[in-house]
Design a protein around this ligand. Structure first.
Ligand code: ADP
Length: 546
């Protein structure tokens, strides 16, 4: 043995920021402004929380649910639960009561730490989650009168008060579980993905690299992506490790408030899904002199494809680089990532070409392997032409679902992602669609993503969502739902004319529906399943079939 076999435990990383940067702040938005802690305080509080949880009977491997927005107490829960060897089960606040009940029972959560404002959602399943022995309630301004009958409940501050400020983090195996996150269930019941210390440790290192998000101790990071979704894309861990300033929006997700927070706190890097950045863009344009974003340099965007026009706007209007990441709950999440310049050969590219790089889902993260395959699992070439199912494998890729065998999701040691795409000669992955969202017309694929990107590039169009509708002859035909900017008038004919400049006639939408809103999934992406169900419920028929 030439080198020490030090287990890759998160407890080796999470106290580092507080040791090196004790006075750096962790800022949480509140009704009246912000609440601020230093890393030194936050660390003490996290160790106190670990003691309180242990006193409440939580041991190594026990699940602790969190039902919380992004805030300092949620970060303390990450810190405490990972350190003590328990499992942080982040519960999605936007799930239906039905899914929530299933998930909590499936995971057998022992304690739930909940934000007081979110308690009514838990209350809906009171009496139906028998494993939960205690609810710890994090109270923000205005919610002092909380009440719950879910389980014996205690105020968070009372729960941790007086506990020792140092907890001896236990030595456990690096393959021990650390987190649990259920996929939001686009099909069937939600499935649990268990993260290990080793997998998150390696993922944390990988996201910080210069060619990834380039995270530094000097950054002020603002995760808009919920901490209840895929470990907040790893940003909370990176922050704890590096000691960078962390800025958290809590429940104040209005784009103007997000902008105000980012400006006031000098945020340098933020992360969220494209619908967030579309909203923030509109809020900025409504008041362009209202926000000083001179500190902001990068926005990580993932979870769905950002339209190229959006990527370009942030660069041209604000000088902010959008970084695209692709991944899923099963990939921890970051599997590929794209920046304007990721190779020496790209240094001299034009701004247009550099933006075009970011419009691709990106190059595979170091340590992972990714390929495209046909229906018989034969590898397809990386020539920018062949389109196939994307498979991925590596140390932070899920190997099985938590107590839920799903053999169809895996092939040998590969994860079958459910995404379809191509890989170009530079190794960039380009996502065409999700296998379940594809529009298949007359046996040919029509990329809903390409149509959407093209439509939103038209001035006056705020958002576009393309879904398949059944057709007796063609199998399926595309229909576009479009939200216009306030006061804009972009008729159907204009949209189709615009699509005809880039798409073949058979690829054009059969119909354009002007709508006021497009339903979003619990993770803030366009919810095509609900869009399709809504059209079916209305008895929608394609124009040619009426
Ligand atoms: P779900 O969207 O099913 O609730 P996830 O959050 O795990 O669950 O989402 C993963 C999926 O999101 C991917 O399989 C892919 O379809 C989509 N996705 C994620 N990032 C991107 C991206 N950059 N471009 C296109 N699609 C993306």
């Amino acid at each position: 043995m030439a080198m020490q076999r030090t287990p890759l435990l998160m407890s080796r990383l999470i106290d580092r920021g507080a040791e090196l940067a004790p006075n750096v702040e962790i800022v949480t938005a509140t009704a009246s402004g912000t609440r601020r802690h230093t890393y030194a305080e936050s660390r003490n509080r996290a160790h106190q929380l670990a003691h309180a949880l242990a006193d409440a009977g939580v041991g190594i491997g026990d699940r602790v649910g969190t039902f919380m927005w992004n805030g300092s107490r949620h970060l303390e829960a990450y810190h405490a639960v990972a350190g003590m060897g328990a499992v942080l089960h982040t519960l999605n606040i936007r799930l239906s009561a039905h899914d929530l009940e299933y998930i909590i029972n499936h995971a057998e959560d022992k304690v739930i730490i909940a934000d007081a404002d979110a308690l009514p959602l838990l209350e809906a399943i009171a009496g139906r989650i028998p494993s939960v022995q205690k609810v710890v309630v994090a109270v923000e301004d205005g919610f002092e009168d909380w009440h719950t009958t879910v389980a014996p409940a205690e105020d968070y501050e009372a729960f941790i008060a007086g506990k020792p400020t140092r907890y001896e983090w236990p030595a456990i195996a690096e393959t021990a579980p650390l987190g649990l996150c259920y996929t939001s269930g686009t099909t069937g019941r939600p499935k649990g993905v268990e993260y290990e210390h080793r997998s998150q440790y390696l993922h944390t290192m990988a996201i910080c690299m210069t060619d990834s998000m380039g995270l530094s101790a000097t950054d002020a990071v603002c995760g808009i992506v919920p901490m209840f979704h895929v470990m907040g894309w790893g940003m909370p861990w990176a922050g704890l490790m590096l000691g960078c300033k962390q800025v958290m929006p809590h429940r104040f997700m209005d784009p103007a408030r997000i902008l105000r927070l980012m400006a006031d706190e000098g945020v340098t890097l933020s992360a969220g899904v494209p619908t967030i950045w579309q909203g923030v863009k509109a809020a900025y344009e409504a008041n362009p002199s209202g926000y000083d974003l001179s500190q902001l340099s990068r926005l990580t965007c993932g979870g769905a494809a950002p339209p190229p026009s959006l990527i370009r706007w942030y660069w041209d209007a604000l000088g902010v680089e959008m970084i695209q990441g692709w991944g899923m709950t099963e990939t921890s999440p970051l599997a590929t990532l794209s920046r304007r310049v990721m190779q020496r050969a790209h240094i001299d590219l034009s701004p247009d070409e550099q933006s075009a790089n970011v419009a691709k889902a990106g190059q595979v993260m170091p340590g992972l392997e990714l390929g495209i395959f046909d229906d018989d699992f034969n590898r397809l070439p990386h020539d920018g032409e062949a389109v196939g199912e994307i498979l991925v494998r590596g140390p932070w890729i899920c190997a099985e679902y938590y107590q839920n065998p799903q053999p169809d999701s895996f092939h040998d040691d590969w994860l079958i992602t459910g995404d379809v795409g191509k890989i170009d000669a530079d190794g960039y992955v380009i996502i065409s669609d999700r296998s379940k969202d594809l529009v298949k017309s007359g046996g040919e694929w029509i990329s809903s993503v390409d149509l959407e990107n093209h439509i939103v590039a038209l001035p006056g169009v705020a958002q576009a969502c393309v879904v398949a509708q059944p057709h007796p002859r063609w199998g399926e035909r595309p229909v576009a739902l479009v939200i216009l900017d306030d006061g804009a008038d972009v008729p159907e004919a204009r949209i189709l004319e615009h699509c005809a400049t880039a798409f073949a006639k058979w690829q054009l939408p059969d119909d354009v529906l002007h709508v006021k809103d497009i339903p979003l999934t619990s993770t803030g992406k366009m919810d095509k399943k609900t869009v399709r169900a809504g059209l079916a419920a209305e008895g929608y028929k394609l124009p040619s079939l009426r």
